[in-house]
Design a protein around this ligand. Structure first.
Ligand code: T3D
Length: 262
């Protein structure tokens, strides 16, 4: 695997680190392919029960590497934008749809597709020095990486239009207020806090988390009646898990449950 993405699995937690710190983790072709492959590997690996996505250096990810992109545009014109189908879409889908929680530890600025990947995650923990910037309109592009789906759901359609039409860096405190961040911590505490939270999820009831992800996604664009049916189906599945039985037994015995993810 390319060293532009670090991939490590310990005790059920896959840590995926964007690793072009000198380029603020800008997404060149090598990094995009490596990230897509790492996320697919984490999704498919039953031993992985949660994923932590973060960046090395001072940025989380500044989106498409525009220094590489200018060369592609000169060579290929608009065909250079096929990277959206080849990379951005599968990366976003892998984050949003993998049947296990994904925590984004946003260690610095997240712009363009970098913001999109964080918005697709299930939980966003921000360093107090971090910021989001949609960036697209600044280079005469429209939203990609799912931002036109995730952003209105996070902040409402009016604010989403504002953030896309007038791109600016939304700092961590405002991101928390808007609902773009779940939690903000001092920058030097981010790695430890993020690892602790992600490890807690990796030791949790994986099948229930998968069902929670699925039901939230389903409920976002279905009627109440349809969602109730989906909840019933998913609850049957969660209720049949070993973890559910073990947790109820532990509750009755006043013990702490130990989840195996099955
Ligand atoms: O193929 C396609 O294009 C379609 C796919 C699109 C997906 C996308 O992600 S489109 C959006 C691309 N990203 C951007 O437009 C963001 C551009 N960057 C910025 O607006 C700002 O740099 C930030 C708001 C992110 C951060 O600002 P600041 O003040 O902290 O940093 P800076 O001084 O602007 O940048 C520091 C360095 O990073 C600088 O390089 P230098 O001068 O030290 O050599 C800058 O050029 C570089 N940098 C920042 N963003 C990018 C980048 N280099 C390449 N690509 C970037 N996206």
């Amino acid at each position: 695997m390319s060293d532009t993405v670090l991939y490590e699995v310990t005790e059920g937690l896959a840590t995926v680190t964007l690793n072009r710190p000198d380029a603020m983790n800008a997404l060149n072709d090598e990094l995009k392919s490596a990230l897509r492959d790492a996320l697919r590997a984490a999704a498919a690996d039953e031993a992985v029960r949660a994923v932590l996505l973060t960046g090395s250096g001072r940025a989380f990810c500044v989106g498409q590497d525009l220094k590489e992109h200018i060369g592609s545009l000169q060579e290929q014109g608009g065909s250079a934008l096929h990277t959206v189908e080849e990379h951005y879409n599968p990366i976003t889908l892998a984050i949003a749809e993998m049947p296990k929680p994904v925590v984004a530890a946003v260690n610095g600025v997240a712009a363009g597709a970098g913001a999109g990947f964080a918005f697709a995650a299930d939980y966003r923990l921000l360093a107090d020095s971090a910021a989001f910037n949609t960036a697209f309109a600044g280079i005469a592009l429209t939203a990609d990486s799912g931002i036109s789906w995730t952003l209105p759901r996070l902040v409402g359609p009016g604010r989403a239009a504002d953030l896309l039409l007038f791109p600016r860096s939304v700092r961590a405190a405002e991101a928390l207020e808007l609902g773009l961040a779940h939690k903000v911590v001092p920058a030097d505490e981010l790695p430890e806090t993020a690892a602790t939270m992600a490890r807690q999820l990796a030791q949790g009831p994986t099948a229930a988390y998968a069902a929670i992800k699925e039901s939230l996604a389903y409920g976002a664009d279905h009627s109440l009646a349809e969602t109730l049916e989906k909840e019933a189906e998913l609850q049957l599945r969660a209720g049949a898990s070993q973890d559910h039985r073990a947790a109820v037994e532990a509750f009755v015995k006043k013990e702490k449950p130990r989840f195996t993810g099955r």
